[in-house]
Design a protein around this ligand. Structure first.
Ligand code: 6PG
Length: 246
């Protein structure tokens, strides 16, 4: 087995289970602190989760007026671009539930000065999120997908952003895709109370095995740097992604 990990038959089962966990974590956070602060991820599996949360059984039961939505990363495109994580989350979830628009904080990565975008988002996190005992902004739940190359959010292997120890948000140039993105750094990711890493499909199997079964040689892969301080990293996999773990 994997530490704090669960394996489900299909991606739909993964999403059904995580939707249920979202609800319980939201209830706990609202009972304890009056609000639920969650960071969304891009990617195909999270999309299915958002669609699940937008279905009536969750859409009407969740307390959207106490839910605050952020993003773990964004591509440097307009918010209505097909590549935009905001657009994806909006279509799959945000436009279909009653979350107040003022409680949705997208990363304005369409702007030209991405350093400024990153600084502004850092400030926003520092001003609007609850703080951990050491003063760091703290999400109640941070969702991550994982790329086949071991990236999480937009922290790609070998990038400065994946090594950053101090800043909260950074621009990232992704050579492989010849494009810019803006991403939260491990500094914020690892202060979340709960980090849930969703990976489905056989294209993820080799990287899941590498992340969970091998010690890093040299610089660790970004996925191996997800180590919440005092929190929990919870893997949620389907059987195809977990196929090489046995
Ligand atoms: C993004 C992400 C990224 C994504 C993984 C997995 O904006 O692309 O946030 O980290 O979650 O690449 O994506 P898939 O689930 O589509 O493979």
């Amino acid at each position: 087995m994997i530490p704090e990990g669960r394996i489900y038959a299909t991606p739909a089962d993964v999403c059904a289970a995580v939707a249920q966990e979202w609800m319980l974590l939201a209830q706990d956070a609202i009972a304890a602190r009056g609000a639920f602060h969650v960071a969304l991820s891009g990617g195909s599996t999270p999309r299915q989760l958002y669609e699940r949360l937008a279905a009536p059984d969750y859409a009407y039961r969740l307390e959207w007026n106490r839910t605050f939505i952020y993003f773990g990363d964004e591509r440097a495109v307009w918010p209505d671009d097909e590549q935009s994580n905001y657009r994806m989350a909006s279509e799959a979830l945000l436009s279909r539930v009653s979350v107040p628009p003022a409680q949705v904080f997208r990363i304005n990565a369409e702007r030209a000065d991405l350093k400024k975008v990153a600084m502004d988002y850092s400030r926003l996190l520092a001003m609007t999120l609850p703080l951990a005992p050491n003063g760091m902004p703290q999400f109640d739940l941070l969702l991550l997908g994982m790329g086949d190359d071991g990236h999480v959010a937009s922290l790609f292997p070998g990038t400065d952003a994946a090594r950053e120890q101090r800043k909260l948000v950074m621009p990232v140039y992704v050579q492989r895709l010849n494009s810019w993105r803006v991403s939260l750094t491990f500094n914020v990711i690892n202060h979340a109370r709960h980090v849930m890493l969703l990976a489905c499909g056989n294209s993820k199997a080799a990287m899941v095995r590498r992340a969970l079964r091998t010690a890093p040689v040299g610089e660790p892969l970004p996925v191996q740097c997800v180590k919440p301080v005092g929190g929990h990293l919870e893997w949620r996999l389907d059987q195809a992604a977990a196929a090489l773990l046995k």
